[in-house]
Design a protein around this ligand. Structure first.
Ligand code: DMJ
Length: 611
């Protein structure tokens, strides 16, 4: 109004004023319409950012994720890992902190999860590495002397790994396993069409042994040729322990995003198998129909799930949650724990088969060997991996062990301690090679037991390992059979033909490794070296290592298979047996049942769901 009083300013006519108002109104309206249209077009561009929200079940979406497709870098990229074999600076890794020393923290999911849920999840790899108690590959105290016999032994094992890898690469790269006699590859049906089991199983062993060129080859294959869009039926357990375990370890050892992204994507593909009335997963996953399946061996296994298989997801699935921010993985395995804990157990024992439909035990068969084995192993390792907060796992482990001792632990007339099997109320006096991991497991658990129990468990671990050594020592090849009995005429030896094979299995040397770290008794290195010598003598072929059909023949025939677990486990445990204790220290790492190291949760946070 004031303006009208200023000289030279003319008061507009009422009609002109109305026209101006109409014009302004139209201008605003058209602006608003343009804005709405613009928003409609731009919205889809931002939608993918919402895919990584925690708890979202459709984890397979990771593949369509911008990060997974390599289009955008993560907001906080994992730092470049030290070049393979490169030493971490001593300052970065604290040497053996004493109890009560500086508090160790591992970034929690909450700590690294961005506040704004629409931002991609990231994992602070640097922070994780700085919390380890030891350099990953140790401080290398024994590297100083190049003439140390132990170093030479280690070098020998490294050479064996190099040979196994190079032949696999030459004749079978990308297939699951090498057939050294026919010099070709083997795909098999265990993995539902996934390839490269030997590549994934070898990654961390190559890294550990500082086989740099070979590690680069393996990593390049994962980047360029490891495809997850397959359509077969796969064993949930095998995919988990070999592929997920192998990828997780490779990530934790190197910080390379490709391993993390693939592990999470593959983990997501396993989730449909858990869609059962009890949440107990079915044995297999049909990648094509994206549903659980009773598998190809339905005839022999029926519609049961297997104790070792459902009990050996815990370690890997917690790490999938850790690295993805998705609670769905942790929820699935916590539910399995709940069902197993609440189900009645005959004499405190866990039978090997359970129905995923009813949650009831299906057969009265108990074994610490195949079908049962790694369920027990994962209980004590869950306790350790949780940095000793998962009390439930610890309690379940000792209770189960107590029941095993009461019902299945025997001493043969010849004085050999063994763990028998139990079938429908009858004790079967045999052990299989697979059960020989138990010496190592009991040694590991002994240190966690009540003070008054420790000596007992240490002794038990030593006795079982001694028995397993006997099964090797009593053969012509000094390699152990698949199954060995304790009957009047024969102790720690196979009886029936097919029981006499040795398929390059790791369990016996695995126990030597744990017993060595526990006792430093040179006996375990001697026994380990006997295995190295025997492997060279009987399993080495022109184009790789092969299992043998009869350990009691000094000219055994080969089974034409270089198992992927030979590179993942047997050679790794042998190498660690001849390494210092701080190489992949047991303070920092637990080994999954395929010997893939997963880090202990060095965290003080109570918000984490590791229990
Ligand atoms: C491996 O795949 C794993 O150790 C599994 O737990 C049992 N069998 C083989 C090795 O023998």
């Amino acid at each position: 109004m004031l303006l009208w009083k200023v000289s030279g300013f003319q008061q507009p006519s009422v009609r002109r004023l109305r026209l101006q108002r109409k014009f302004h109104f139209l201008l605003c309206l058209s602006g608003l319409v343009t804005l709405c249209f613009g928003a409609l077009f731009l919205l889809p561009l931002f939608l993918p950012l919402r895919l990584q929200q925690p708890d979202q079940e459709v984890v397979a979406d990771v593949s369509s994720h911008l990060l997974a497709r390599g289009m955008v870098p993560p907001p906080k990229p994992a730092p470049a890992a030290p070049a393979l074999g490169e030493h971490e600076p001593r300052s970065q890794s604290r040497i053996l902190r004493k109890k009560g020393g500086a508090r160790r923290t591992w970034p929690t999911i909450a700590a690294v999860r961005p506040k704004n849920k629409s931002v991609l999840f990231s994992f602070d790899f640097n922070a994780f590495r700085s919390r380890l108690c030891h350099p990953v590959l140790g401080a290398r105290a024994d590297e100083k002397s190049s003439r140390s016999p132990v170093r030479a032994q280690r070098e020998k094992i490294k050479e064996m790994m190099k040979f196994a890898w190079q032949n696999y690469k030459r004749y079978a790269m990308g297939q699951n396993e090498l057939r050294p006699l026919t010099k070709d590859g083997y795909q098999g049906k265990l993995f539902g069409g996934l390839g490269g089991a030997t590549v994934i199983d070898s990654l961390d062993t190559l890294f550990l042994m500082e086989l740099k060129e070979e590690f680069r080859e393996a990593k390049a294959w994962v980047e360029e040729s490891f495809h997850l869009n397959v359509s077969g039926v796969a064993s949930l357990f095998e995919v988990n322990i070999r592929y997920i375990g192998g990828l997780l370890s490779a990530f934790y050892l190197t910080g390379e995003e490709v391993f993390r992204v693939k592990a999470i994507e593959l983990g997501g593909k396993l989730l449909p198998a858990f869609k059962t009335p009890t949440g107990i997963p079915m044995r297999c996953i049909n990648f094509k129909s994206r549903s659980g399946s009773f598998g190809w061996d339905w005839n022999t296994m029926g519609d049961s799930s297997v104790l070792a298989e459902i009990g050996s997801l815990h370690l890997e699935f917690l790490h999938l949650t850790e690295l993805s921010g998705k609670q769905v993985f942790a929820k699935k395995i916590r539910n399995i724990r709940k069902v197993l804990r609440n189900t009645d157990k005959p004499f405190g024992l866990y039978p090997n088969f359970i129905s995923p439909l009813s949650g009831k035990w299906e057969q009265q068969h108990v074994s610490v060997g195949g079908l049962g084995d790694s369920f027990y192993e994962y209980l004590i390792k869950s306790w350790l991996m949780s940095a000793k907060i998962d009390l439930e796992a610890k309690t379940m482990y000792y209770k189960a062990l107590e029941a095993i001792e009461t019902n299945l632990l025997k001493v043969s007339p010849g004085g050999l301690t063994y763990i028998a099997e139990w079938k429908g109320g009858t004790v079967v006096n045999k052990m299989n090679h697979l059960a020989c991991f138990a010496g190592g497991m009991i040694a590991l658990g002994a240190e966690e037991a009540e003070e008054t129990e420790r000596a007992h468990y240490r002794e038990l671990a030593a006795q079982i390992t001694k028995t397993c050594h006997e099964s090797y020592a009593r053969s012509d090849t000094k390699l152990g059979p698949e199954v060995f009995w304790f009957v009047s005429s024969r102790e720690a030896m196979a009886i029936y033909g097919r029981e006499s094979s040795y398929t390059l299995r790791p369990e016996v040397v695995e126990s030597y490794m744990y017993l060595w770290r526990q006792t430093h008794d040179p006996l375990y290195r001697e026994w380990g070296w006997e295995v190295v010598v025997a492997l060279e003598k009987y399993c080495l072929t022109e184009a790789g290592f092969s299992g043998i059909r009869d350990v009691y023949s000094s000219t055994p025939s080969h089974d034409n298979k270089q198992q992927s677990f030979f590179l993942a486990e047997t050679l790794k445990y042998l190498y660690l047996l001849f390494s210092d204790d701080d190489v992949l220290s047991l303070e920092d790492w637990v080994f999954n049942t395929e010997a893939h190291p997963l880090p202990v949760n060095h965290s003080d946070s109570s918000s984490r769901a590791w229990g």
